[in-house]
Design a binder for this molecule. Structure first.
Ligand code: NAP
Length: 280
């Protein structure tokens, strides 16, 4: 669907790029010609993913061990990366989440989620952004949020708070930095099964089926669908898109929001009974 060199010449950092959706998006960026940098806390995971990518895209994947909650570690990672090759794009994808009754969460648990998703995203964005601005380098940031950034969601409240903050950051910096060559967008994915998210958030197979199929298309998202959207938004072809959050969820959150969408459960007979009686 894209020219094979859509992202050629771009070096893209994907936080949390060693696993799940970050890995899928990184793979697609490589296919489209980009050089890739991934980061996360687990060295072996990063090494394995980089080695896997290297088999097809030799020498085009770098990695840094970095806990994005630590501003010093983020600064050191970005500085080291700049010495090697300045970045052209940042994909803030790393996240942590805890499914729990909110009253049982410790303050440490709240801090952990806010620290990764909200603070970590800000630290990475600032570390890259100030360099881009100083160098007058055109660049692009993409933030992975969730539709509960605007609907809110029980049982994952710190994550919903953090994603809402990331969305506000996206819209705010899009205006502040847009005129200086830095685009800032977000994607809100619906259910895209990954080992990480599913093991944390979906405790039973019947619930997995529910989260994956309760949308107008009746199926979960395919990783390549998300990866194509991310590739387009980071490409120069999307230059006029700034401050936008694109939802890719098959209409799932709208289905939950529309007050009368429950009528889909009516049978043909019930619909027939609902028809207004003809006059005379
Ligand atoms: P995942 O595989 O668990 O990915 C999370 C990644 O973040 C891991 O690679 C993890 O690596 C990294 N990470 C966590 N804490 C970190 C830290 N402190 N510093 C640096 N890296 C850290 O989950 P996923 O499903 O692919 O999720 C990816 C993104 O999509 C997240 O932003 C998530 O909120 C969003 N999302 C996913 C879905 C879905 O259906 N899957 C839906 C909506 C939104 P380490 O553990 O090695 O650090």
């Amino acid at each position: 669907m894209f020219l094979p060199d859509l992202l050629k010449g771009k070096t893209i950092l994907v936080t949390g790029g060693g696993t799940g959706l970050g890995k899928a998006m990184g793979h697609r960026f490589l296919e489209l010609g980009a050089d890739l940098v991934i980061c996360g806390r687990r060295e072996q995971v990063l090494k394995d993913t980089a080695a896997e990518f290297d088999r097809t895209f030799k020498g085009r994947t770098g990695w840094h061990v970095c806990d994005v909650r630590d501003p010093g570690a983020v600064e050191a990672m970005v500085e080291a990366q700049w010495r090697r090759a300045p970045l052209d794009a940042l994909l803030n994808n790393a996240a942590g989440n805890i499914a729990a009754r909110s009253e049982t969460l410790s303050t440490r648990a709240i801090d952990a989620v806010l620290g990764i998703v909200l603070h970590g995203t800000a630290y990475c964005t600032w570390a890259c952004g100030k360099r881009w601005l100083a160098e007058k380098r055109r660049a692009s940031v993409l933030n992975i949020v969730a539709t509960y950034a605007w609907t809110g969601c029980g049982y994952v409240v710190p994550s919903a708070m953090a994603k809402a903050g990331v969305l506000a950051m996206t819209q705010s910096l899009a205006v502040e930095w847009g005129g200086r060559g830095i685009r800032m967008n977000a994607i809100a994915p619906g259910p895209f099964p990954t080992e990480g998210a599913w093991s944390r958030l979906v405790p039973r197979p019947d619930l997995a089926r529910e989260i994956e199929t309760r949308n107008p298309l009746g199926r979960p998202g395919r990783h390549e669908e998300l990866a194509n959207l991310a590739s387009y938004l980071l490409s120069d072809q999307a230059e006029y898109i700034n401050g936008e959050c694109v939802t890719i969820d098959a209409g799932r959150w709208l289905k939950g929001a529309g007050q009368l969408n429950f009528l889909e459960r009516l049978t043909d007979e019930e619909w027939a009974m609902m028809r207004p009686a003809k006059k005379n």
